[in-house]
Ligand binder design. Structure first.
Ligand SMILES: C[C@@]1(CC(=O)O)C2=NC(=C\c3[nH]c(c(CCC(=O)O)c3CC(=O)O)Cc3[nH]c(c(CC(=O)O)c3CCC(=O)O)/C=C3\N/C(=C\2)[C@@H](CCC(=O)O)[C@]3(C)CC(=O)O)/[C@H]1CCC(=O)O
Ligand SMILES: NC(=O)c1ccc[n+]([C@@H]2O[C@H](COP(=O)([O-])OP(=O)(O)OC[C@H]3O[C@@H](n4cnc5c(N)ncnc54)[C@H](O)[C@@H]3O)[C@@H](O)[C@H]2O)c1
Length: 189
C-alpha cells in the first residue's frame, strides 16, 4: 500500500536547510528553486560545487555556509534535506531533526525520509507531482517528460478562463459547483 500523502508546500514561506554541497545537494537546491525562485534556502557544507556558487549569485535567498554540519545550523529551519557523502553524519542529522520535530529528507535513503521530493510537471498554474513510492525515480522522471510533452501550453488560458468564470458566478456554493462541473464536462473522454 502506498501511504504517501501528497501536499503542495508554500516553500517560500518556510526556511529550508540543505546539508551537503555535492551533486545531490545541487540537484535538490535546483529542484527547490526551480519551483520557488525566492524560497529561503541555506546550504551548509565544507566543500560546495561551483554550480551552487553560481546559483547563489543569481538568488540572494540562497545562503552558502562553508562548514561541516553542526546541530546549531538546524535552528530556525522548518525542513531539512540531507545530501552528504557520510552515512553516519546523515543518520545523526536525521536523529537531530526528529528530536526537534523538523521534517527531514535524507536523499538516497528512503527509510530515513519524512518526505520525498517528486518529479514535477509544470504547465503554468497546473502542477503535477509524481512519486513512485520510492520504487523508481527514473520512472517518475520519464513519466514527467511524457506528461510535459502531451499537455498543451494552451492549458494556462483554460485555467485563466475558468478562474474568471469562477469569480463571476453568483449563487450559493451548490449552484456554483454544478455550473463549474457542467462547463468542465468537455474534459471527460
Ligand atoms: C523524483 C526525483 C526528485 C528530485 O530529486 O528532485 C527523485 N529522484 C530523482 C532522480 C534520481 N534519483 C536517483 C537517480 C539514479 C537512478 C536510480 O537509482 O533510480 C535518478 C534519475 C536521474 O537523475 O536521472 C538516485 C536515487 N534516488 C533515490 C535513491 C535511493 C533508493 O531508491 O534507495 C537513489 C539511488 C542511490 C544509490 O544508488 O545509492 C531516492 C529518492 N529519489 C527521489 C526523488 C525520492 C523518491 C521519488 C519517488 O517516490 O519516485 C527518494 C526516495 C528520496 C528523495 O531523494 O527525495 C528526481 C527526478 C526528478 C526529475 O527529473 O523529474
Ligand atoms: N550523485 C548521485 O547521483 C548519487 C547517486 C547515488 C548515490 N549517491 C550518494 O549520495 C551521497 C551524496 O552524493 P554526491 O554525489 O552529492 O556526493 P559528493 O561527494 O559530490 O558531495 C558530498 C558533499 O557532502 C559534503 N559533506 C561531507 N561531510 C559533510 C558534513 N559533515 N557536513 C556537511 N557537508 C558534508 C561534502 O563537502 C560534499 O559537498 C553519496 O553518499 C553518494 O554515494 C549519489
Amino acid at each position: 500500500m502506498n501511504t504517501l500523502f501528497p501536499i503542495f508546500v508554500k516553500i517560500e514561506n518556510l526556511q529550508t536547510l540543505v546539508v551537503g554541497g555535492g551533486y545531490v545537494g545541487l540537484e535538490k537546491v535546483t529542484a527547490l528553486l526551480s519551483n520557488a525562485p525566492d524560497a529561503p534556502v541555506t546550504l551548509v557544507s565544507p566543500a560546495i560545487r561551483a554550480e551552487l556558487v553560481t546559483l547563489a549569485e543569481q538568488h540572494t535567498n540562497l545562503h552558502l555556509i562553508y562548514a561541516p554540519y553542526h546541530p546549531n545550523y538546524l535552528a530556525g529551519n522548518d525542513l531539512v534535506i540531507v545530501a552528504t557523502n557520510d552515512k553516519a553524519i546523515n543518520a545523526q542529522i536525521r536523529a537531530d531533526c526528529k528530536n526537534r520535530r523538523i521534517l527531514v529528507n535524507v536523499a538516497d535513503t528512503p527509510d530515513l525520509c519524512d518526505f520525498y521530493l517528486s518529479s514535477v510537471v509544470k504547465k503554468g498554474d497546473l502542477k503535477i507531482a509524481i512519486s513512485t513510492n520510492g520504487k523508481s525515480p527514473t520512472f517518475a522522471k520519464r513519466f514527467r517528460e511524457i506528461l510535459e510533452d502531451i499537455l498543451p501550453d494552451s492549458l494556462q488560458e483554460t485555467l485563466d478562463n475558468l478562474q474568471t468564470i469562477r469569480n463571476r458566478l453568483k449563487g450559493n456554493f451548490q449552484e456554483k459547483l454544478e455550473r463549474l462541473n457542467e462547463i468542465t464536462k468537455v474534459m471527460k473522454p
